[in-house]
Ligand binder design. Structure first.
Ligand code: UD1
Length: 369
């Protein structure tokens, strides 16, 4: 009988981490059945379906359809829906990725049923417990059995928190596996031309963290500064549904008039725009890594990052989300100050292959020839 593995996706940043794993497990198809479970945390076509197409992922084997809600509602609904799936499918391993509510919900469900859990992108810490993702990271790593880590800080954090060293594997970054997979399609995309943008004369902006978009005064100030930026660079702003709803709720529509507000883009479209941007302004986690790999300057509108290597080695720079700090950082870029960086070790497009081999050999104890 084949060993069965369930990998969980829920929200937009999860698909890029699981797609390369699915391809990597195909190499062991005679011994391993790898199934994708989609919790339905993100459900709009542009937040979910287009990513499956871009990443050439098969449709999920199981779709839980939980949708949005408060943190407790969403987490609880995912647990209630995932438990019977585990009962029925009896996997030998559950793989969770990243730091979204689906990650902790499925990890907790599985470990309580005695099913081992592997966490991909383990050990990252912002040390800011006001971020829902930090709670998800800390809680998932407290209960997971195997830890696949993208950067050395993750190994240090896990060791300090008492994880067994022989269960920690520094393997590189599956997000970068997907980036390399999508790069040829992104380079062939004509989206930039269709939008009438000239290379290096526009900035890509993404904002969706509750701390930046759920507070009307904070969001108003940020949009105001983006309006100032639009005086010397086109500002392309693919807006997350949460952000778009906040702009309407707080009556800030006038402030986005100078900006090119777009619906959420597909993965390939987004990478295509980043590739030729002058710089990126974001509060995302994964975009800090993508820009570091691509060598595009990135201003991250946060006081902390769980991905410190992107600042130490890469092109990322933290900017506290306060008007003066942001204006200063933008003025420096306008003066031509550009942070150059290097690609972190093991971010080479082969992280998922390393994970699959370790899972098969070490976690499932199957032979690998
Ligand atoms: C979630 C993750 C965050 C990740 C982000 C990427 C958690 C705690 N947060 O945040 O770490 O960076 O995904 O996008 O898991 N909505 C839609 N359509 C959808 C999904 C959401 O309209 O397909 C709207 C709903 O109004 C929902 C809101 O967006 O209430 C927020 O969605 P939610 O899944 O709660 O969190 P995100 O902000 O997307």
């Amino acid at each position: 009988m084949k060993a069965r593995i369930l990998s969980v996706v829920g929200a937009r940043p999860n698909y890029m981490k699981v797609a390369p794993l699915h391809r990597a497990f195909a190499r062991y198809a005679d011994r391993v059945e790898h199934l994708i479970v989609h919790t339905g945390q993100h459900y709009d076509a542009e937040m979910s379906d287009v990513f499956f197409a871009d990443l050439e992922m098969p449709q999920p084997a199981v779709f839980l359809g939980v949708g949005s809600g408060t943190h407790a509602q969403q987490t609880a609904r995912i647990m209630l829906a995932f438990e019977p799936v585990c009962m029925q499918l009896r996997p030998q391993l559950v793989i969770v990725v990243g730091d979204v509510n689906s990650t902790i919900a499925c990890a907790l469900t599985a470990v309580k049923m005695g099913i081992p859990v592997a966490h991909v992108e383990a050990g990252l810490r912002s040390f800011d417990r006001t971020m829902p993702e930090e709670i998800n990271r800390v809680a998932t790593d407290a209960i997971a059995d195997y830890f696949f880590v993208t950067e050395p800080s993750g190994v240090e954090n896990l060791r300090r928190e008492g994880a067994l060293p022989e269960r920690i594997f520094l393997v590189g970054n599956t997000m970068i596996d997907s980036l390399l997979f999508a790069l040829p399609k992104a380079k062939a995309s004509r989206l930039r031309e269709r939008l009438g943008l000239r290379p290096r004369e526009y900035v890509v902006v993404t904002l969706h963290r509750p701390s930046n978009v759920d507070n009307p005064e904070q969001l108003r100030q940020l949009l105001q500064i983006l309006g100032e930026l639009a005086e010397w660079r086109e500002v392309v702003f693919p807006a997350h549904p949460r952000t778009r709803q906040a702009i309407e709720r707080f009556g800030l529509q006038r402030l986005v008039e100078p900006l090119r507000l777009l619906p959420p883009l597909s993965y390939v479209e987004f990478i295509a725009l980043v590739l030729e941007a002058d710089f990126v302004l974001t509060d995302s986690g994964g975009i800090q890594e993508e820009t570091t790999y691509l060598g595009i300057p990135c201003l991250t509108l946060r006081t902390t990052t769980e991905r410190p290597i992107t600042c130490q080695m890469g092109t990322n720079q933290l900017v506290p989300p306060q008007p003066e700090a942001l204006r200063r950082a933008l003025a420096a870029l306008r003066n031509g100050e550009r942070k150059r960086g290097q690609v972190p070790p093991l971010w080479d497009g082969h992280a998922a292959e390393r994970i699959a081999q370790i899972v098969v050999q070490h976690c499932l104890r199957l032979s690998v020839e």
